[in-house]
Design a protein around this ligand. Sequence first.
Ligand SMILES: C=CC1=C(C)c2cc3[nH]c(cc4nc(cc5[nH]c(cc1n2)c(C)c5CCC(=O)O)C(CCC(=O)O)=C4C)c(C)c3C=C
Ligand code: FE2
Length: 485
Amino acid sequence: MAAASLSGSSLCNYNYRFSRSIPRRRYFASESRFFSEGLNDVDKPSPKPLIVSSSESNTQNHSILKGSNLSNGPTWKRNLNLQTNCAVGVCISPENVAESHYSHAAEEKLGVLLLNLGGPETLNDVQPFLYNLFADPDIIRLPRLLRFLQQPLAKLISVLRAPKSKEGYASIGGGSPLRKITDEQADALRMALEAKNVHANVYVGMRYWFPFTEEAIEQIKRDRITKLVVLPLYPQFSISTTGSSIRVLQRIFKEDAYLSRLPVSVILSWYQRQGYIQSMADLIEKELGKFAKPEEVMIFFSAHGVPVSYVEDAGDPYKDQMEDCIYLIMQELKARGIGNDHTLAYQSRVGPVQWLKPYTDEVLVEIGQKGVKSLLAVPISFVSEHIETLEEIDMEYKHLALESGIENWGRVPALGCNSLFITDLADAVVEALPSAKAMSTSTEDAEETEYDPLSYVIKLFFGSILAFILLLTPRVVLAFRNGLF
Ligand SMILES: C=CC1=C(C)c2cc3[nH]c(cc4nc(cc5[nH]c(cc1n2)c(C)c5CCC(=O)O)C(CCC(=O)O)=C4C)c(C)c3C=C
Ligand SMILES: [Fe+2]
């Protein structure tokens, strides 16, 4: 498990470049490199609040805290049955954990913050949700000099993409199930921690829709949490998912005296945990059993793609972690006597740039034409059902596969509240506790950033003109024609 504190400095210790040939364990260091370099880069307070649609104002009042019966100050204890946990820059053994961190347990109030993407709850939410997503500099990565174009570009792309996205959300019932599922996972995690005699408030913070991470943090402050474990619900680390969510936290924490002193442990990736690997193998084994000839089924891992430049230029460890994750799942299946063929492809590309290959749609056609008759699709980047499982895989890809000659189609469900998986997340939280570290020990670090409305309006004006010109370039026009946005 790769865990880290929120402070940039403790992450700077590992400073070598990420390379594909380095051993598995070093991926963690590449994550730290990303954080230490990234802090000064795009981590500026947003001059503008996130946009929300008019229909959702009532949703702002929804509870962020799951298990609020715990908010009045019960203490937490820890399970002393810890395994040695090597976090980024910190190695802790069970013995020193017991004496150094838990002597003041009576005063401590543990919080767990689950981070997730968020999704539109109604069709009216789709365009403002897309705006928030495309306005994220970790999603559309513009060169520093062009950063002022981010918001006008986000506006344009979100408006242009909204009709296609709306169709997708309409076909899965009119909105994303992500909030409901994440809330259920939060409840299940709180109970799994409770069963280990660890009492915690579990919060949900979404990156692009309600309840926003900012709201969750406000609640954490109101509850006077004294130690926080941050758990992004993405098994593998990517700049565009966990990275983006952590940057938001770093910004919020840097600006706040209380938060900058709060001991925090961030679990950067957890795809290699036994519980996760075993629960994925369980799901695959169960679905294989539904085919007439299970041994002839091709196991088709479909991962969410990212642009190639993330991996090759920005050092995103996502692709390597994904390949490692699939290796571990297949090893686990092999140990159970399951030796099916398997393959990995990447789905959900957006825009005119190169994404990780091979592409799911192209591979499906290829293997169908090569004579594969039975296929089990395994979504692998995410632990909840969402638009890309329910619409893209279950509808589009299934249709394409059947058209291409595949006769028997199956799909592994997302983990959701699978009990082995949730129990393992609870273990991950417990193991992360000892590495909790404050971002800063003085209030001086909490800086005020000036916001100049005039320069913002000027940038927005010229930005909109430039964005418009950019959008007329042949590559972008072609991408729109081909439906890539
Ligand atoms: C444009 C760039 C995008 C990158 C890079 C990206 C990475 C990425 N995303 C997920 C998981 C999810 N993404 C979801 C929706 C979604 N993602 C993008 C774009 C990028 N994602 C868009 C435009 C959308 C909106 C839907 C659409 O219009 O197609 C979701 C679904 C949320 C829901 O509403 O159910 C998930 C989940 C990962 C794991 C990832 C990188 C590893
Ligand atoms: Fe996405």
